[in-house]
Design a binder for this molecule. Structure first.
Ligand code: ADP
Length: 432
């Protein structure tokens, strides 16, 4: 629609004069100038009144449509109002788009965001904040944040108004989650809360502390034994042959124990550092497993029946040193946790066209079902007393887990207390 230019006052006056001119001539000729002038004025008023009615109708009942056709100056008025309306509408759309984009951006953040004002009334919050803090949107809009999050630590933090350091807060919804709360001023009268889930960092920190405590504990026991024997053997005078031999044997055993622990820790840390994929080679596992079965026999020293059921010719892509570690740990566990006279079966068989399965079964002490999910955790042992006889620190299955993860596999465990256990995993076979 063509928008007219605004008319000047002179332009309007000239128009009225031009309209009035014929009336003036007729009035002068018929000697009824006053009557004709009154009629002319009434006609002008009626005309403008009709235009005002049109404007009113358009503004209130036909809003959003094109303006009605105006005559004279009214055409300018209609077009002017219409132009302004369109400009406002486009500005409103732009503003709405900016707000929508801002909200989308805040929704895309990995952290929770809550905006509140000086009176602590919630202005806005994103979905993550709703999930983390239990807020509801839009129901909680305008509600005081300290009425919704009533944890004393949070209220004290808000009242303190010193937000230099973040607040660590147990989630008000689930006390297993730890949240980090940061507050910063936003515009002149608003504040923004950023909420982050730091449970994972907490867990890592806890794991680090547990790890140090466990290693110290594991090293402390053999060191105490060794220190005792060293003190006992300080003076050669009261040291007979028999005592010395016993002391030497114990110190040797404890040194071996520490050595085994440190080697296991080193190999675990090496595996944890390596990212997947590790270097691999296509290998026929049967050779390696035959060697390991023979080693199992010497480890068992004739106390167990060791049966090896190894299918030759199955090729798989492996990192030999890691897979060897995994198998050695499983086999040596079977030997250690099976009483004398028990049977241990080591198997490597084709399961289907693409899969080979390695398994170690024993009829040893077995494991209670509730321990099974935690067996591959570092330092996890079923029975401290039982394990201290066998010398394990609870690292072996953790090594197995890492080694198998590098081969896109995982350890499966079946066990019945006092009947025995089966530890097994599957590997993808290479086409021959
Ligand atoms: P450890 O060095 O203590 O044996 P592992 O990580 O190898 O550590 O094993 C964790 C725990 O799992 C052991 O302490 C033991 O209680 C249990 N376990 C492992 N293998 C067997 C098995 N074949 N039979 C019974 N229990 C086992």
């Amino acid at each position: 629609m063509a928008i007219n230019k605004p008319q000047s006052v002179w332009h309007s006056l000239i128009r009225i004069a031009l309209l009035y001119f014929p009336c003036w001539i007729i009035g002068s000729l018929t000697d009824s100038l006053s009557l004709i002038t009154i009629v002319f004025c009434i006609a002008i008023i009626v005309f403008h009144y009709l235009q005002i009615i049109k404007l009113n109708k358009w503004l209130w009942t036909e809003r959003g449509r094109y303006p009605p056709r105006g005559i004279g100056i009214w055409s300018n008025i209609f077009d002017g109002i219409y132009g302004q309306q369109r400009r406002f509408a486009s500005k409103r759309t732009d503003l709405a788009n900016i707000i929508r984009q801002f909200r989308k951006g805040a929704e895309a953040l990995p952290d929770g965001v809550v905006i509140f004002d000086n009176q602590r009334h919630i202005f806005w919050c994103n979905k993550i904040a709703q999930d983390m803090l239990g807020l509801k949107w839009p129901e909680d809009q305008g509600v005081r944040i300290d009425n919704l999050i009533r944890t004393p630590d949070f209220i004290a933090y808000l009242n303190n108004v010193n937000f230099d350091k973040p607040l660590e807060l147990v989630s008000p919804l689930n006390d297993h989650y730890i949240l980090e709360i940061r507050i910063a001023p936003f515009e002149s009268d608003k504040w923004v809360i950023i909420v982050r889930d730091i449970t994972h960092l907490y867990e890592i920190e806890q794991m680090r502390k547990d790890f140090i405590a466990n290693v110290s504990h594991e090293l402390k026991t053999p060191l105490t034994v060794m220190k005792g024997y060293l003190e006992m053997t300080e003076s050669l005078q009261n040291l007979d042959e028999k005592t010395w031999q016993q002391a030497h044997k114990m110190m040797y055993q404890q040194t071996n124990r520490m050595d085994a622990l440190v080697s296991q820790l080193l190999s675990l840390s090496k595996m944890e550092q390596k990212s997947n994929p590790v270097e691999k080679m296509t290998t026929d596992l049967s050779e390696l497993l035959t060697i390991l079965s023979n080693e199992a026999k010497s480890l068992s020293a004739g106390k167990h029946e060791i049966i090896a059921n190894i299918q030759p010719g199955l090729k798989t892509s492996i990192n030999e040193s890691e897979l060897r570690s995994a198998c050695v740990n499983l086999i040596s566990n079977a030997v250690r946790y099976t009483p004398e006279g028990g049977t241990i079966k080591i198997e490597w068989q084709q399961l289907d066209r693409q899969t080979g399965r390695f398994s170690v079964s024993d009829n040893g002490v077995g494991i209670d079902a509730n321990h099974i999910p935690r067996l591959t955790e570092r330092f996890y042992r079923v029975d401290e007393a039982r394990t201290s006889n066998t010398g394990g620190a609870g690292i072996g299955l953790s090594i197995v887990k890492h080694a198998l993860a590098h081969h896109n596999s995982y350890l499966k465990i079946e066990s019945t207390p006092n009947k025995g256990s089966r530890f097994f995993f599957d590997l993808k076979l290479e086409n021959n």
